[in-house]
Design a protein around this ligand. Structure first.
Ligand SMILES: O=C(O)c1ccccc1N[C@@H]1O[C@H](COP(=O)(O)O)[C@@H](O)[C@H]1O
Length: 216
């Protein structure tokens, strides 16, 4: 099994940072979407980011954020990447990338084969692609719903112009199967490593990383 990179998204406490570091995660996600149970204010995220050891990349997740919101986040928090998880257009992805000089990962919701075309429209402008389940129509959150899509949709389409991560409903129980079926080299999880919404669990983080890497 190749080395699989793992992103743990929705870090809110110092002990979560430590659990990600000791558990072998590659990326930490800070969620700046106010409606999320995983929301952190920029000043709290700034302190959490400073706690992360070198080599653990810090990602800011935002949803249709305007420049003023992003300006504050980027000024406060030492970041390695911005994750756009809303309805941002390819033009907005390019703007954010140019304005902040940081790599941008664009989330794309997948429910059926027709949705895969969106990946091709964002690949030229994003640095990374996050292939997630499309949220239900009435969902409050555009991600973080613990919902998986049919991973077989990615079979035979493992390669895009840019590196990509698999997300959506991943857990310690299904991570190995998801990696096997899709060929993903990177995975992202939020709710699947929590004991309650917004509360990360160190043992679940450890189990998730090991399962994704085929070590469980
Ligand atoms: O986690 C959230 O609360 C969230 C809110 C708004 C947009 C995206 C969000 N999370 C992202 O969605 C994926 C999948 O989440 P889950 O594992 O299915 O719970 C997560 O990895 C985040 O990148």
């Amino acid at each position: 099994m190749p080395d699989i990179r793992v992103k743990i998204c929705g870090i809110t406490r110092p002990e979560d940072v430590d659990a990600c570091a000791s558990g072998g995660a590659t990326y930490l996600g800070f969620n700046f979407f106010p409606k999320s149970p995983r929301y952190v204010a920029p000043d709290s995220a700034a302190a959490l980011a400073l706690r992360a050891p070198v080599g653990l990349a810090k990602v800011a997740l935002v949803v249709d954020a305007d420049d003023a919101t992003l300006d504050e986040i980027v000024a406060d928090v030492a970041l390695d990447m911005i994750q756009l998880h809303g309805r941002e257009s390819p033009e907005r992805v390019a703007q954010v990338r140019a304005r902040y000089g940081l790599p941008v990962m664009k989330a794309i919701g997948i429910a059926e084969a027709a949705d895969l075309a969106k990946i091709d429209s964002y690949a030229p402008v994003a640095d990374q692609l996050l292939i997630d389940a499309k949220p239900p129509k009435d969902a409050v959150l555009p991600g973080g719903n613990g919902l998986a899509f049919d991973w077989r949709l990615l079979q035979g389409r493992k390669y895009w112009q840019k590196p990509w991560m698999l997300a959506g409903g991943l857990t310690p129980e299904n991570a190995a199967e998801a990696v096997r079926l899709t060929g993903a080299r990177q995975v992202d999880v939020a709710s699947g490593v929590e004991s309650a919404p917004g509360v990360k669990d160190a043992a679940l983080i450890r189990r998730f990383v090991a399962a994704a890497r085929g070590e469980a």
